[in-house]
Design a protein around this ligand. Structure first.
Ligand code: HPA
Length: 269
């Protein structure tokens, strides 16, 4: 059942004995955040046996291992999504591999549509909590033995890490919104009626990733946190039709600021 985790782990150990303390998943258009950091080792997902490989433009598809201020950090430059046809369980395989490598903390980033009318394109949103019950739980099926069968989800986005990210953003002069992220299956964007539903249910941003990964991370004992790059307001909230090109374009523009925030946070994790 979980053989692919072992297979991937064993392959990585033939390449490097790197033990990440913190891992950062870089979402759509944010893959370049790791550029210019001196690499210890990089491994393409496609070279790892049993590893899911992203088919989405804007996702590079590799692990990038490096040292930042004396800390071992792993960047995931790209992730796989449920809408690509992978069972949701498989979308969380990479972070279980990172956990097996020794990682204790996971920071998730993504590009998301703003559902809250107080948000604008280009805002950064600290994820305080999520709604994931519109996609299947990645924990369905045989229990991954690193965690309990019925895991508590009351602190998925660790309060202390959220405080630290908040204060770091303030120190850097980066304005940070906060809110609840809702994961839907995609790949289609929502209808305006669905966006109204998301808002009524308490979501501030909507996207197609992240919540399942955060749940699996917490299940296996990692501390989680995350931030969304609000690349546009969700469907029906502006007159512009949504496009993945626009998502990548805004994420690209925001990437340097997100990079500063991530690097500064890594020093404090
Ligand atoms: N909806 C869902 N997923 C997204 C969006 C959106 O508006 N923007 C970026 N990812």
């Amino acid at each position: 059942m979980f053989e692919n985790i072992d297979k991937a782990y064993e392959y990585i150990r033939t390449v490097t004995d790197f033990k990440p303390e913190i891992a950062v998943t870089l979402g759509s258009g944010l893959g370049d955040v790791a550029d210019e950091i001196e690499e210890v080792c990089a491994i393409n997902y496609r070279d790892i046996p049993g590893f899911p490989v992203s088919t989405v433009a804007g996702h590079r598809g590799r692990f990038f291992f490096c040292r930042i201020n004396g800390k071992n950090a792993a960047f995931m430059q790209g992730r796989v999504h449920y809408y690509e046809g992978y069972p949701i369980k498989e979308t969380v395989l990479p972070l279980r591999v990172l956990h097996k490598m020794g990682c204790k903390t996971l920071m998730l980033t993504n590009a998301a549509g703003g559902v809250n009318f107080n948000f604008s394109a280009g805002d950064l949103m600290l994820i305080r909590d999520h709604i994931s019950c519109f996609v299947p739980s990645p924990l369905i099926g045989e229990n991954y033995p690193e965690g309990t069968r019925f895991p508590d989800m009351s602190n998925v986005y660790d309060t202390k890490l959220c405080d630290m990210i908040r204060s770091t953003a303030a120190e850097l002069g980066i304005s940070l919104k906060e809110g609840v992220y809702m994961q839907l299956s995609g790949p289609n964007y929502e209808t305006p009626a669905e966006v109204r539903m998301c808002r009524l249910l308490g979501a501030d941003a909507v996207g197609m990733s992240t919540a399942c990964e955060a749940m699996a991370a917490v299940h296996c004992g990692m501390k989680g946190c995350g931030a969304s790059c609000i690349t546009h307001l969700a469907a029906g909230m502006s007159i512009k039709p949504l496009s993945h090109d626009e998502v990548k374009e805004i994420a690209d523009i925001k990437a340097p600021q997100i990079k500063r925030l991530i690097l500064e946070c890594i020093k404090k994790f």
